[in-house]
Ligand binder design. Structure first.
Ligand code: ATP
Length: 444
C-alpha cells in the first residue's frame, strides 16, 4: 500500500497526522503561522526527547572519549567572523519581479522561471546571508549586533581547552553538543525538513592528522549503525552520498541521506574539517589553540572529524519511515472500517510505549494502579474512553507498540491481554510477570 502512494500524497497524510495528533504543527498558528517555524506537541516533544536521548547515550554516555557541552546560542560576534559565517554563509537567491517571492537559485526547477507564478522575470542571483541578527544590550546599533548561532559546533571549538582540561582528556577525544541553530533559509519547505529554527546534534572529534582518516571511517560506520541498529531505519531507505567537491582543508566529506516521500534528503553530514577551525579561532582570538602532545613532545592543531545531524530531520525521517496504512484484521477488534493508519515506530522512540486500556470504567480500580506501576518503567498512557477498537486505532496512529487490556476476567485470573501493534497478536500475560514481559519487548 505504502509503495503505491505518490510521494506528495503520502507527505500530506503524514503532515495531517502530525497536526491531528499534535506531534508537530505550525508555530503561532492563531496568527497565521510563521514560515519555517514549527512547534512540537505532547507526542512530538516526547518523540524528539527520546531521539535526543538515544543520540546522547550512543555518542556520549556509552563512550569514554566523548564529553558533553551545552553552550549559549548567542556567542561573541567574532566567533562567526572567525568561522567564516559572516562573510560566506550565504545562498544565491533570486526574486520574482511579478509575484515578489524569493527563491534559492539552486532550487529552481527550471532556471529563469518562477516556481510560484511561472513568470520569467527573475532578478539576477544575489548573495543572501543566512545568519539571524539580534542586538545585545539596550542600544540597537551596529556595535551591539550579535548573531544567533547557525550551527552548534563553533562553540565546541571555542571551548576546546576548557573542556579538555576539565575532563582531563587527551587526544583523541570528542566534544558533543545538542542545541538550537538558526538559519534564515530563503525557502523553508518540506514540513520540518528545512526550518529556520531547528535542533542540531553535533560531535567534533579532535585527533592527530595522521590518524584522522581512520577516525573518519570509524565515525562514518558508527553513525550508520546509529540509524540502522539504534533507530532501526531499514538500510535501503538510507544512503551515503560522498562529496566530490571538498573544502580546501578537508580530506573527505559525506552526507547520510534518507529517502523522504519528496525525495532523498540529507539528515547528517560527516566531515573532515582539517585544522581549519582551530587555526582560525587562534587567529581571531589571539589565544593558543594548539595541543601539546606529551608522547610526541610536539605542539600542533588538532585535526577535526565532525558528525553533524539535525534532530528535526531525524524525527521526520522516523515518522516517514513509520507511517503505514494497512488492512489489519480490524473486524476482530470490533471496527468496521478496513484501513488502519499506523506508525511502526521502534519502542525506543515511540511517544507512548505501553497503553493501559480498561475494557470498562468499572475496571478502573484494577487498571489505575497497574498504569501507575507501569509508568515508572515505560512511557505509559491510560485511555478509558470509546470502544476498545477505537482506542487501539488511536494508539496505532501514535505508534504505541503495546496495549494492555484489562477485562473482567482479569479480576479472577489476574492476567491481562497484551496486544502487539505490528504482529497484531494478542497474548494473555499474568500480572505477576507483566513488567518483565514488557521489558523484554520494549528494551529489546
Ligand atoms: P542543506 O544542504 O540541506 O541545507 P547543510 O549541508 O547546510 O544542509 P549542515 O550545515 O551540514 O547542513 O548541517 C548539519 C545538519 O543540520 C543537516 O544534516 C541537517 O540534518 C540539519 N539542518 C541543516 N539545515 C537545516 C534546516 N534548515 N532545517 C532543519 N535541519 C537542518
Amino acid at each position: 500500500m505504502a509503495e503505491q502512494d505518490n510521494g506528495q500524497d503520502r507527505m500530506e497524510k503524514i503532515v495531517s497526522l502530525c497536526k491531528r495528533r499534535g506531534l508537530m504543527f505550525q508555530s503561532s498558528e492563531i496568527y497565521g503561522g510563521l514560515n519555517g517555524f514549527w512547534d512540537y506537541g505532547p507526542a512530538g516533544v516526547t518523540l524528539r526527547r527520546a531521539v535526543e536521548q538515544a543520540w546522547w547515550t550512543f555518542m556520549v554516555e556509552d563512550r569514554d572519549n566523548v564529553e558533553g557541552l551545552d553552550s549559549t546560542i548567542i556567542c561573541h560576534p567574532r566567533v562567526w567572523k572567525a568561522s567564516g559565517h559572516l562573510d560566506k554563509f550565504s545562498d544565491l537567491m533570486v526574486d520574482c519581479v511579478d509575484c515578489k517571492r524569493r527563491f534559492r537559485e539552486d532550487q529552481l526547477e527550471s532556471p529563469g522561471v518562477c516556481p510560484a507564478c511561472g513568470s520569467k522575470k527573475l532578478t539576477e542571483p544575489r548573495e543572501f546571508n543566512l545568519m539571524m541578527k539580534t542586538f545585545v544590550g539596550p542600544v540597537f546599533d551596529e556595535e551591539h549586533v550579535a548573531w544567533l548561532r547557525a550551527e552548534t559546533c563553533q562553540p565546541i571549538f571555542v571551548d576546546f581547552n576548557q573542556v579538555r582540561i576539565a575532563a582531563r582528556q587527551k587526544l583523541p577525544f570528542g566534544i558533543a553538543q545538542i542545541g538550537k541553530a538558526f538559519r534564515n533559509e530563503i525557502n523553508p519547505r518540506f514540513f520540518t525538513f528545512r526550518s529556520r529554527e531547528f535542533v542540531q546534534m553535533e560531535m567534533e572529534f579532535f585527533c592527530r592528522d595522521d590518524e584522522s582518516m581512520q577516525w573518519f571511517d570509524f565515525w562514518k560506520d558508527a553513525r550508520w549503525e546509529f540509524y540502522t541498529k539504534v533507530l532501526r531505519i531499514p538500510e535501503p531507505r538510507l544512503k551515503i552520498h560522498w562529496h566530490e567537491k571538498l573544502a580546501h582543508y578537508a580530506k573527505a566529506a559525506l552526507d547520510i541521506e534518507f529517502e523522504f516521500p519528496f525525495g532523498w534528503g540529507e539528515i547528517e553530514g560527516v566531515h573532515h574539517r582539517g585544522t581549519w577551525d582551530m587555526s582560525r579561532h587562534e587567529e581571531f582570538s589571539a589565544q593558543d589553540m594548539k595541543y601539546f602532545d606529551q608522547e610526541r613532545n610536539e605542539r600542533y592543531y588538532p585535526t577535526v572529524v565532525e558528525t553533524s545531524c539535525g534532530l528535526d530531520r531525524i524525527c521526520l525521517a522516523l515518522l516517514c519511515n513509520a507511517y503505514d496504512e494497512d488492512m489489519a484484521d480490524t473486524k476482530k477488534e470490533g471496527k468496521d472500517e478496513d484501513v488502519r493508519v499506523v506508525l511502526h515506530l521502534p519502542p525506543l522512540v515511540a511517544p507512548v510505549q505501553v497503553a493501559v486500556l480498561p475494557l470498562s470504567k468499572k475496571l478502573e480500580e484494577k487498571a489505575d494502579p497497574l498504569f501507575r506501576a507501569l509508568r515508572r518503567r515505560f512511557r505509559t498512557a491510560y485511555d478509558v474512553t470509546g470502544s476498545i477498537g477505537k482506542r487501539y486505532r488511536r494508539q496505532d496512529e501514535l505508534g504505541t507498540p503495546f496495549c494492555v487490556t484489562v477485562d473482567f476476567d482479569t479480576l479472577s485470573d489476574h492476567a491481562v491481554t497484551v496486544r502487539n501493534r505490528d504482529a497484531m497478536t494478542q497474548e494473555r500475560v499474568g500480572l505477576d510477570r507483566l513488567e518483565t514481559y514488557l521489558d523484554g519487548l520494549v528494551h529489546a
